[in-house]
Design a protein around this ligand. Structure first.
Ligand code: SAM
Ligand code: SF4
Length: 335
């Protein structure tokens, strides 16, 4: 039997997030600058290489695969990759195949995703106001995303909305977004904005809206009960008693959750980041490309990398300045 991946802090690594492209059809202001330089195509892992990479992680005990980016659904032929992963769901080695998307291409791909075995999709959506949506995504159009969400629900995909809590931007929309999710039977998770990458003229501290304040906002209108439940991810959950709705909070800044981290992140060029908020990474593309006929060197490189998984990130805004800033954009490591 293959030994599982256990890091130096006794955390079992069972969750891999894979960025399949750094490109995107949006330019969200907290994620990218307007003029991004993207990686040359030759640096990207091919779909076959992505398959070998993911299959090796699955053999080493990864049970959950989340495909992300950039926008994963703008990568050419990406459905082929999803369909290739179906075999691991069928064998039982993989428990969940899922993705995080901006929703722009869901109208095209939802049926195909369902056919490949995807059952849950995270859609990132920070506002229900068309003008504000165009402002925050720079290039996005809200109706296209709402159509995509409709198509996904029709296809049988369960949707979770991820909203980045942004001061002065969606504070006033908390009730509306919450009710909209309840009406459509979608889960909702709020995320604190993290200092990932240079984003041009935007100021992180101006953007930061602590989820302690979001919770306090809920408490004005609802009875908020803490739930013990953890889903293996960083979110903590509460229930709004009046609607029965479950709301998630991902709080890298106001409440560090690294002690229970079970994940690592693969970039589209085959770098393995053991932590979203640290610079340490291992190049897995070389052991993969240099040895087309055996996965042993890749396996060794993965094990060596996991032995260097750091204890946690150093993001901190508490001194009224941004500490722990990463030079990489979220779209590089995969959100
Ligand atoms: N394009 C897809 C999407 O938007 O869902 C997948 C990639 S995107 C980088 C993944 C998630 O990261 C999105 O929910 C996005 O809102 C979030 N994100 C991007 N930059 C962030 C930042 N600086 N802080 C917190 N979340 C961020
Ligand atoms: Fe694209 Fe997602 Fe980043 Fe927005 S958050 S620019 S949709 S990768």
């Amino acid at each position: 039997m293959t030994a599982p991946l256990i890091d130096p802090f006794a955390r079992a690594i069972t969750y891999l997030r894979v960025s399949v492209t750094d490109r995107c059809d949006f330019r969200c202001v907290y994620c990218m600058s307007e003029n991004m330089t993207f990686l040359p195509k030759k640096d990207l892992l091919t779909l076959e290489e992505l398959d070998r990479m993911c299959s090796t992680f699955i053999r080493l005990g990864v049970e959950k695969l989340r495909i992300t980016g950039g926008e994963p659904l703008v990568r050419r032929d990406i459905m082929q990759f999803f369909h290739n992963m179906t075999r691991h769901l069928e064998s039982g080695a993989l428990k969940e195949l899922t993705l995080t998307t901006n929703g722009s291409q869901l109208a095209r791909f939802s049926d195909d995703l369902y056919a490949a075995g995807v059952r849950r999709v995270n859609v990132s959506l920070d506002t229900l106001d068309e003008k504000k949506f165009a402002e925050i995504t720079r290039w996005g159009r809200l109706p296209q995303v709402l159509n995509g969400i409709d198509a996904a629900q029709k296809a049988g995909l369960r949707i979770k909305i991820n909203a980045v809590a942004l001061k002065g931007f969606n504070e006033d929309e908390l009730p509306r977004i919450t009710e909209w999710c309840a009406e459509r039977d979608m889960d909702l998770t709020w995320i604190e904005v993290m200092p990932m990458g240079d984003i041009g003229n935007e100021d992180r501290l101006d953007q930061y809206w602590s989820l302690n304040d979001v919770r306090a906002e809920y408490e004005k209108n609802y009875t908020v009960t803490d739930l013990a439940e953890r889903t293996g991810g960083p979110a903590r959950y509460v229930r709004l008693e009046e609607t029965g709705q479950k709301i998630g909070f991902i709080t890298p800044l106001s409440h560090n959750f690294c002690e229970s981290c079970n994940r690592v992140r693969l970039t589209c060029t085959g770098e393995l980041f053991m932590c979203l908020g640290q610079e340490d990474m291992a190049d897995l593309r070389a052991p993969l490309r240099d040895h087309p006929d055996t996965e042993e060197p890749l396996e060794r490189a993965i094990r060596a990398a996991i032995e260097h998984k750091p204890k946690g990130h150093d993001f901190d805004y508490s001194r009224q300045k941004v500490d722990g800033q990463m030079t990489r954009h979220m779209s590089h490591t995969g959100g």
